[in-house]
Design a protein. Sequence first.
Length: 70
Amino acid sequence: MSRPPLGRPPANVSKEQKRQANESERIRNSIEGKFGQGKRTFTLNRIMPQLSHTSETAIAITALHKCGFN
């Protein structure tokens, strides 16, 4: 995945660069959609831990709880 370069956009952009940008945007949109679905469905927006391993644990517990493994 790539992102647009910072700064002023170039005057001439090749077709390959446009194609790559569109492909990257499609991938990002699908990933962001899954994050949004997780936030709505599994209330992942309420997870507040700051460390990565505690966030992963909170997400796993939420997923297990929502799947019926209480």
